[in-house]
Ligand binder design. Sequence first.
Ligand SMILES: C[S@@+](CC[C@H](N)C(=O)[O-])C[C@H]1O[C@@H](n2cnc3c(N)ncnc32)[C@H](O)[C@@H]1O
Length: 291
Amino acid sequence: MSTLAGLIEGMTFPLPSPLLQAGEGARNFPLPQSDEGAENSPLPLAGEEQGERASGASQSAGLNLETHHRAIRSFVTRAGRTTAAQARALAELGPCHVLSYDPATTDLVVACAGQAYQQTVLEIGFGMGQATAHIAALRPGTLFIGCEVHEPGVGALLKLIGEQGLDNVRIVRHDAVEVLQHMIAPATLHGAHVFFPDPWHKKRHHKRRLIQPPFVHLLAGRIAPGGYIHCATDWQPYAEQMLSVLAAEPLLTNTAEGYASRPAYRPETKFERRGLRLGHGVWDLVFTRVP
Ligand SMILES: C[S@@+](CC[C@H](N)C(=O)[O-])C[C@H]1O[C@@H](n2cnc3c(N)ncnc32)[C@H](O)[C@@H]1O
């Protein structure tokens, strides 16, 4: 296993020494990175037909996450404007808090947390990072690794990190599915947060939804026994899909009968407030990893 040597530049907070070496931090910007772009182009995608084939095959032969995921992403690159403040946060704090995607690093939790944190929680798709920053401030003994592909979102979370002086947040600006597959070792996470993942309303886009059996199996395997997966959505059909997929995963057990109450640590996000304004409900699901 490689360490995170070379992934972070200019650390100013206490972390294991391999993390402190100068290297690629500065190369994270400007974004997007070279491995993003064509694959993530706005819909319809050139790869969409491949995706249909992969999806169709998966239904008959058991879905292969690797094949499925090569063609179908749970996100598209959005043309969002990075504000001046976000750009400043990217330049100033990115080198300290943003890790490069590096599949040669096979145990990101050990490489990042070392002895410094008791637990590590992965957040998938943190958006503008409000929930991430809020929870990280509440739980300073836990390291939060957030995956997000949207540059303004990464800048926004870095800005919050700077404003709140948060030491316990790291960011990987890359597809969380690939991060999970290649950089997170089995049974190393204490928790995973998937808050308001893109609902992909149209039926032909349902294959892009994150919470599907192969992904949930992968994610559950990365959680240590006793650890948890917490999902939330404001889209009822997706909530129903989440409940049936999570309940069917043998590595997981539900902490509630059906949907859970919103845990106190999760703040309301703007997506949630928007959903509530539109008259949608909000559904939380909290499952734990069996021993
Ligand atoms: C609907 S937004 C929700 C954001 C945030 N969790 C919240 O509650 O405000 C979903 C976010 O997930 C991100 N996303 C989707 N698929 C992802 C993936 N595979 N890896 C990393 N980020 C992803 C998108 O870029 C988007 O910002």
